[in-house]
Design a protein around this ligand. Structure first.
Ligand code: NAD
Length: 303
């Protein structure tokens, strides 16, 4: 059994990007720039934004943060987005989710110029991904694709079960893995990924255990600790755990610890490969955001 080291792969990606930025600067170019819009003071969102900006700085990207108070009017957020759409010094930007209830997330996300949508959540990018066209792919499924690729885990002809149908993980993951390998993928990934037989499960799925038992690869993104148990996994399966759940734990300084959706201790011995939580998929999400920023920088500047 191999534990997939997302921290190491993410560090490798950051190093690759850093080298690429150095080449750009040597050639007289400017570094890529990511902007992050954050509304309110949700502690988890503030941490994510801080980490994203830090990651940008580590690889030599510029980063901008645009903050609004939680009671900001929708028009003000849209106005900031329109300015970012026009700002040629900003290559890509994201609006950190979730947004406060009074804001219309769909309208706000659609106001983003899809060419600068580095979260890959704009309908244009989602549609292109579904059609197998070159697109910006949502960061978490992109990161999972990268993990599979860098561990040389083949998906062709494999039975893949995805648990969770969210727009940011489950659905795009299913689209990527069911595709014919297509031209927009990096060469290495296109050789190994796609061409899988995908089953997408969710909270109304019956016989989840039976479905999972038939899977070569199981990707769990449900937000339910211990959802995937030992008796749901066949010997030699690959298990990718996307879940991030806080479990009360008074032995920890913070009073909680993070666990995934997989009963890791009992499932891991049956697997050929498995991702831990933390240190598996999580670190890949920010690395993919950086890759997406580099991708739009190059596309929009025709590099
Ligand atoms: P979500 O929270 O929006 O939805 C959960 C999905 O799981 C739904 O589609 C639901 O139908 C399904 N589900 C819930 N309980 C189920 C059950 N018992 N059986 C089968 N399906 C069930 O999904 P999300 O936003 O993709 O988040 C899922 C988890 O992944 C969360 O823990 C989230 O924190 C985590 N996450 C992690 C990263 C990362 O970078 N590692 C990124 C995004 C999300």
């Amino acid at each position: 059994m191999t534990i997939i080291d997302g921290r190491q792969i993410a560090a490798d990606i950051r190093q690759e990007l850093k080298t690429e930025v150095e080449h750009i600067l040597k050639a007289g170019g400017r570094p890529p720039c990511l902007a992050v819009v954050i509304v309110g003071h949700n502690p988890a969102s503030e941490t994510y934004v801080r980490n994203k900006i830090k990651a940008c700085q580590q690889v030599g990207f510029r980063a901008k943060k645009i903050s609004f108070e939680a009671d900001v009017k929708q028009e003000e957020v849209i106005k900031a987005i329109e300015q970012l759409n026009e700002d040629s010094s900003v290559d890509g930007f994201i609006v950190q989710l979730p947004l406060p209830e009074h804001l219309n997330e769909t309208h706000i996300m659609q106001a983003i110029n899809y060419k600068k949508d580095v979260d890959g959540l704009h309908p244009m990018n989602v549609g292109k991904t579904a059609l197998g066209m070159p697109s910006v792919v949502s960061a978490t499924p992109k990161g999972i694709r990268e993990l599979l690729s860098r561990y040389n885990i083949q998906t062709e002809g494999k039975s893949v079960v995805i648990i969770g149908r969210s727009n940011i993980v489950g659905k795009p993951m299913a689209m990527l893995l069911m595709q014919k390998p297509y031209l927009s993928l990096p060469k290495m990934a296109s050789q190994t990924l796609g061409d899988a037989t995908v089953t997408l499960c969710h909270s109304k799925t019956r016989n989840l255990r039976q479905i999972c038992l038939g899977a070569d690869i199981i990707i769990v993104a449900a937000g339910q600790p211990n959802l995937l148990k030992q008796d749901m996994v066949k010997e030699g399966a690959v298990v990718i755990d996307v879940g991030i759940n806080r479990i009360e734990d008074n032995s920890q300084e913070k009073g909680y610890r993070l666990v995934g959706d997989v009963d890791f201790e009992n499932v891991a011995p049956k697997c050929s490969y498995i991702t831990p939580v933390p240190g598996g998929v999580g670190p890949m999400t920010i690395a993919s955001l950086l890759q997406n920023t580099m991708q739009v920088y190059k596309t929009n500047n025709r590099i």
